[in-house]
Design a binder for this molecule. Sequence first.
Ligand code: KDG
Length: 350
Amino acid sequence: MKKFFMALFFVLLIGVLAACGNADSESSSGDSDGGDESASGGEEKVIKAGIGLNDDHPQYKGLLKFKEIVEEETDGAIKVETYHSGQLGDDRSMTEALQLGSQEVTIPSTAPLANFVSDFSVFDIPFLFPNEQVADEVLDGEVGQDLLTKLEDQDLVGLTYWENGFRDLTNSKRAVASVDDFDGLKIRTMENDLHLDAFKELGANPTPMAFTELFTALQQGTVDGQENPYATIYLEKLYEVQEHVSDTHHIYSPFVFLMSKSFYDGLTEDQQTIMKDAAVEAGQEQREMNREANEEYLQSLQDEGMEYTEISDEDREEMVETVQPVIEDYKEKIGEETVDKVYQAIEDAQ
Ligand code: KDG
């Protein structure tokens, strides 16, 4: 009888221990699902961040810097997954994904963003900025920051501006030195009406197209040329399918560091500050790397066999005058107030 009670005691003891063990493992898996609420302000979150350019470009290097800062500052509570080369889509479709909340970050040029907030087209005015320093002052100043707030109505948060840079023309047909040389050239432009109309005015035959389709379109001769900063032309190997490059410097393209508003609103205030600061800090580095790249790669393009044409002051002036009617036409569409403020800010910065 004594043996029977001893055996019963052990069976019960094992049962109790097993029940405790289960409770432990349940609570720990619950934790990892639910995340560490204390140190890091909520569940573990993942930012899917995608860009159109490839992983050699300063834009991607800047994005890696953003990832490093965010993961460090949030003690890993927010992870950043980075995608390049349009792996998640083009500028427009990624921006739409942010609106839907299925992607958290993208960094488009302002030109396609003008399809969401038309005021951004102010940066599509040809020959607007004289140099990068003035662009920095305007973008980081009051008018640039006010424009970012307009994105909120579109379920987007503009954290800061990065740099794509001054755009230069390439093509496979002829050296372009003056307005006459644009005649009939089939030029791919970004998806932006002002770009399209400015190239028409110059005599070209422009086609809007997503960046993800550009290389193939150039290779297959669907278009003769395109325009992008030297860093992009070189790092995306466009020299393999383009023979001529001219320093048209016709538009300065800013990038906007965009975050999905629904994601941003779900962050704690501390985390929102970390996002903003990280985007700005990484952006400073990105701008520096970008400027170095744009300076260095004009020579690299020539080393790869491209013929370089320098535009004379006179010919550039003729280009400026030729596109003037288009600018006048667009002032109202962009919003006179925005246009005037940007012109004023440029004057103040000089
Ligand atoms: O990642 C940015 C690119 O998608 C795009 O904005 C590059 O300037 C660009 C272009 O010509 O489309």
